[in-house]
Design a protein around this ligand. Sequence first.
Ligand code: MN
Length: 505
Amino acid sequence: MNNHSNFELWFVAGSQHLYGPEALSTVAANSQDVAEALDRSASIPTKVVFKAVGETPESIRAICLEANNALNCVGLIIWCHTFSPAKMWIGGLGALNKPFVHLHTQYHRDLPWGEIDMDYMNLHQAAHGDREFGFICSRMRLERKVVVGHWQDSEVHDRIGAWSRAGIGWRAAQGAKICRIGDNMREVSVTEGDKVAAEVRFGYSVNGYGVGDVVAFVNEQSDVDVDALCVTYSDEYDVVPSLSKGGDSHESLRDGARIELGMRAFLNDKGASGFTTTFEDLHGLKQLPGLSVQRLMKDGYGFAAEGDWKTAALVYIMKSMAEGLDGGTSFMEDYTYHLQPENNLVLGSHMLEICPSIAAKKPSLEIHPLGIGGKEDPVRLVFDTPPGPAVNATIVDLGNRFRMVVNEVDVVEPEAPLPKLPVARAVWKPKPDFKTSAASWIYAGGSHHPVFSQALNSEVLQDFAAIAGIELVSIDRSTNVNELRKELRFNDAYYHMNRGFSFAG
Ligand code: MN
C-alpha cells in the first residue's frame, strides 16, 4: 500500500559561519558523500537526500519548517560535522514535527596520525560539535535516536534503517483511517480505549460503521466477479474438493468471495487503511469474514478481531514498516500452551483471521464449522508458519497513556502435524523463557491480541515507540520479572509527572 521509494530522509549538517566559505564548502561536500552512501545502502528503504548545511538560526528553522510541510519527508538525519552552537537549533527543533536521528559520525574513519594539524582538527570536530547538539536536544527534552559510528559501517546503516522504518510507520499512521465495523466484543476490556487520545497521540482516526454498511457493498457484487475471484483462489491456494467448483460447499466459497469483494469495495470507498469486525455483529453476512480478512491483511490492510481497533492500526503500521522485508506480519492471538517442562511453547492463532503473509507454504483453503457467532460455516486459509525469529507487539490504553509491549520470540516447527486444527497457526518459544515472558507480559497488561511479525525486529518497534512518545516495555533475553515490575512502577510515576493530567495518552 505504501511505496517506500517515494519517501525521503533529509540529511542536514550542522556548522556555523565562523569557519569561512572554504571550510563550509568542504562540510557540504563531505555531507553530500555521507548522504549518498546512506542513500545507496540496502538497509535504508527510503531515499536519503542532502538538503543543507545549517549555519544560522534562520536557515535551520527554514529547513525544519520545509521538512514539516514535505509530505514525502519521513524524517531528518542531523550531523554536526563541525561545531554548531546549538542555541541556533532551538527555533528549528522547537518547530520541527518530523522525527529525527542524530548521526554521530566523522568523515574520515582513521586519524591521519602523521599528517594531522590544527586545520584538520578544526574541520573534523563532530566529537564535540555533536555533543553540543546533543545537549540542546536533551535540554529541550526532544525524542531522537542517536546513532554512533563511521558512516560507511554497515552497522550504522542498520541502525538508521531500523529507525527509518519506524519513521515510515509513523508517517503511515498520520491520517490513516480505521473502520470499526460493529462495536466491541461485549465485556472485553483490552480492546477498548480512548479513540480521541489515540488520534491525538498516533495520528490515525477510528470511526464506527454498522455491519449493514458493509453488507450493502457485499450485496452489490456481481456473480461474474464472484466466480472470477473463486478462480483466483484456486490458482493461489490448495482448495479442498468440497469447496471446488462442483463440490458440495462451493456456494460457501462463493459467499466468501462475495464478502471479500464487498469488504474491499467498502474499505476502498472509505479510504480506509484498516478495520475491525466482531462475530457478535454479523447481521446480513452469511459467514464470519475469514478468508476475506486474511487476504485483505495480505494486501496491507490492518485488521484485528472483536473490535480491537488499536491492534488493527498497529497491524497496518507494522505492515507499512515491514514492506520490502522478508517475512510476514499478522494479527495474532496467544491461544494455547505446550507446558512440557524445559520446552514450554505458545500456539498462536485466531478463530480464522491470520494473515497468509506468514505462511510457510501454499495455504490450504478449507471450510469447517465455527461454534461461535451462529452463522454458516466460514471459509478460511489454513497453514503453518516457518521457524525463525519474530516479535510480538501490542499497544494498550492504560487510561492516562498508551503502553507498547514487545516480546522477542523464536518460531519453531510444531512438534507434530496438527491435522484436526482447522486454522492457521504459529508455534513459538518466547524470550528469555516462557515463564518470564508470560509473567512480564501479564504484569505489563499486554493484550492477548499481539501483532506478530517475522519481518521486523524489536529495534524498529522501540524506535516507533520513541517517535510516538509512548511507553515501551521490552521483553527480551535480558528481562528479569522483578526488575520489570520495578520498571512498571517507575514508569507509572514518570508518566504521571511527565504528562500530569494530559488528555493525550
Ligand atoms: Mn481474539
